[in-house]
Structure formats: C-alpha cells, structure tokens
Design a protein around this ligand. Structure first.
Ligand SMILES: *Cc1c(COP(=O)(O)O)cnc(C)c1O
Length: 397
C-alpha cells in the first residue's frame, strides 16, 4: 500500500467516536461496509437496528425520522424527497388496482393531480367528499374504499373540518367490514398543523404526513416530506413501498431540517400572531368581502378549530368584493412589494397568490369575488400591513 492513491482511500486513521455537541453529524454514503459475510447476511435496517445501504438510512436520516415522529406524536417515521412524494408514498403503499380513494373537496391540488394521472392509469379511482359534512363522507364510502385523505385546514380556503367526526365515520365503516377485510386507512396531511397546532393521531388519523418543506425547514431552501404512524403493521407496509420506489433524502437536506426544527414552534407562534393581526385588519377593509382564517369567528369550522387546535399557522385568504375585477386583483398582487408571488409558505418571506376557486372545486362556492391567499413570513407586521395598504390603493387607482 505504498501508492498515495490507495493510501488516501484506505487511510487507517479513525477519529474518536465521541464528539458531543448539539448539531447532528451529516452522514452521506451509498455503500455501507459490512464486517464480514455473516454480518452482510444478518444486518437489518427496517427496525433501525443497523445500516445496510445509504438508501435505507444513515445516522442523520434516522435521527430526523425519530424527531419528526416525536413532533407528530407518532412512533414510526419515513422521510420522502418532498411533501408530494410523501403523499404519493401513502397512495402507493395502501392502494391496489380496483381500490377507491376519497379526497376532501378542498384537497391540496397536486394530491388530486396524482389521483387523476397515474392512479387512474393503474385502475385506482377516487371521489370527493365534503370535508365539512361527516355524513357526506359516510355516504361516499363503498366496499372498494381503502384510503381517505384528510386536511385541516383546507388548502387555500382554510375550512377547518371536524377530524374526530370524520375519523369516527371511517372507524365505523371498518368495524362493519368484519375481520379479514382490508380496512380503510385514514391519512391526514398535517402540513398546516405541523404537529404543533394539534396531534393528528389524537384526532383519529392512522397516518400523518407533512411537507417538512414548510415549518420544520422554515428556510424556504429545502424540499422534504414525512410519513408518520403509530402502527407497526402500517409502517412496515410503508417501508416496503419506500424501499421499492427508491425514495431518498440527502444528508445535507436532512441537516437543514434538523436545524430548522429547533425553532419551528417559535416560528409557528410568531407567524401565527402576525397572521391573525393582518387577517383581522384586512377583514375591516372596504375592498374585502370576507377573510378566511380558522381563528376568525365566521370562518368555516371556527368552532371546531377552537375545540381541537392550539394554533393557526401563517395562512389567510381574502375574498374581494365582487365589484373588483380579476384584472384589478392581479394589479393588487403585482403592486405588493414585500409579499412575493410564489408557491409554498412558512418560510421567512411573505408570499401571496390569486386563486380561481370555482375552477378547482366541485362543491358550490358561496363567494362571487376573487380570492388571494397570503402566507405571512417573519417580517414586521406593520411593514406588511403598509405593503397591503399601498397595493389596495394601487388596485383602486
Ligand atoms: C406544500 C404542501 C405539500 C407538498 O409539499 P412539497 O414539499 O412542496 O411537495 C403537501 N401538502 C400541503 C398541504 C402543502 O401545503
């Protein structure tokens, strides 16, 4: 081993094992070494008792999984390369040809896009239910139903559903199905609650996913998702799909989320305070017909939100008075200086986007005016208020 090329790769030095500090080390590897053939044959990764291949977990990703499981109040977690990938992992783990999935009418858009695309091609159908009406969910369940998605609050329109009542409907359907039949899995997209505003399992969900892209990261610089359960059998089903599809998250990205997690609750609370202040103020503006935000009295599901949640995230939507044209509302959005136009939320910078709600929903939509959704960042709330005020002037002008 005299050649420097070989010496540098097979170097004998090993740093002392114990390095005691808060940050979690970033481990990156495709290959993981085995001590001998017996070790290669016997080592297990599904229960986190060992490392077998980078794709199957590293100390960094195992640590992040454990922390997200704790955040959500669950016992098992898998990481996915994005929030949408976490949705897709749940769909592909629990649905087979001939199965049916139920989606809330206000479902996160790309969840529906996957259902309309690959899932339809694979013979998996879907229908929509009114998330504000548990009786409607009960009426939509058929013997083919295997997965029900839940979301609280709803994307864009922020209705807060009665999760315990919806999950009771699913439990009842499972009980009448009898032993041996494949049960319906209840999957909650908990990106809005982030494991901070409420515990999805206590409200009855079997599986809780989150876009770690949002609050846990907090930096607007990483995409990642998580899938958490309290049920080992469901977890192992997810583990198999996760392995077969080759889902991976990079060590550096996992590090960013581990770092963001330390401040996630503080950011959630700070953004919640600013958002409530702006939402209340905007509700008083003459240009605005209504403001949608679960903590505002009169917003759909407000009483349920008060009963079940401890926080309200950073989103609110303003519905303009019908007298304002879409061109004027677009001018309002274009005139904002601090709020940037863009997708996502829960990062440091405030964002907004206009939506045409009737074009993306099946249920009747009671409002005639255009809607703009705001995602409030970490800027000073007075500056954000002034920004909206000058943009409203520009819209009227
Ligand atoms: C952003 C978001 C997702 C998807 O997260 P990505 O990491 O952007 O793929 C899923 N569900 C909800 C409710 C979201 O807001």
């Amino acid at each position: 081993m005299s050649d420097i090329r070989t010496q540098l790769i097979h170097h004998p030095y090993r740093a002392p094992a114990e390095f005691d500090a808060l940050p979690v080390a970033v481990h990156k590897a495709s290959t993981v070494f085995f001590k001998n053939v017996a070790d290669l044959r016997s080592r297990r990764w599904k229960d986190k008792s060992g490392y077998t291949y980078g794709l199957h977990g590293t100390p960094t990703t195992f640590t992040l999984e454990e922390r997200i499981a704790t955040l959500e109040g669950g016992t098992h977690c898998l990481l996915a390369p994005s929030g949408l990938a976490a949705v897709a992992l749940v769909d592909t783990a629990f649905l087979k040809q001939g199965d049916e999935m139920l989606l809330p009418d206000n479902v996160y858009g790309p969840n529906q896009t996957l259902a309309d695309g690959e899932l339809m091609d694979w013979g998996i159908s879907h229908r929509f239910y009114d998330p504000m009406d548990p009786a409607d969910l009960a009426a939509k369940i058929t013997p083919a139903t295997r997965l029900v998605w839940l979301e609280a609050a709803g994307s864009i329109t922020l209705e807060f559903p009665d999760l315990p009542a919806l999950n009771a409907v699913i439990r009842e359907a499972n009980m009448s199905r009898g032993a041996g039949a494949r049960p319906i899995v209840s999957a909650l997209d908990n990106t809005w609650g982030a494991g901070i505003a409420f515990n999805g399992f206590e409200l009855g969900a079997d599986v809780v996913i989150q876009a770690l892209t949002k609050y846990p990261s907090g930096g607007a610089d990483v995409l990642m998702g998580s899938v958490v359960t309290r049920d080992r059998a469901l977890h192992l089903q997810l583990v198999d799909a996760h392995m077969r599809f080759g889902y991976n998250v990079g060590g550096n990205d996992a590090e960013l989320v581990l770092r963001g997690l330390h401040t996630a609750v503080l950011r959630y609370e700070a953004q919640d305070r600013s958002t409530r202040a702006l939402a209340e103020w905007m509700g008083q503006r003459p240009e605005v017909a209504t403001v949608l935000h679960p903590a505002l009295a009169g917003s759909p599901g407000h009483a349920t939100w008060r009963r079940d949640a401890r926080g309200a995230a950073c989103l609110f939507s303003a519905v303009f008075r019908p007298g304002f044209s879409q061109a004027q509302i677009d001018r309002f959005c274009d005139s904002l200086q601090l709020f940037h136009l863009g997708w996502s939320w829960a990062g440091p910078i405030s964002l907004c986007a206009p939506y045409d709600v009737p074009s993306i929903r099946r249920l009747p939509w009671p409002h005639a005016g255009g809607l703009v959704r705001f995602a409030v960042g970490l800027e000073a709330v007075d500056d954000l208020r002034q920004d909206i005020e000058q943009a409203l002037q520009a819209m009227r002008g």
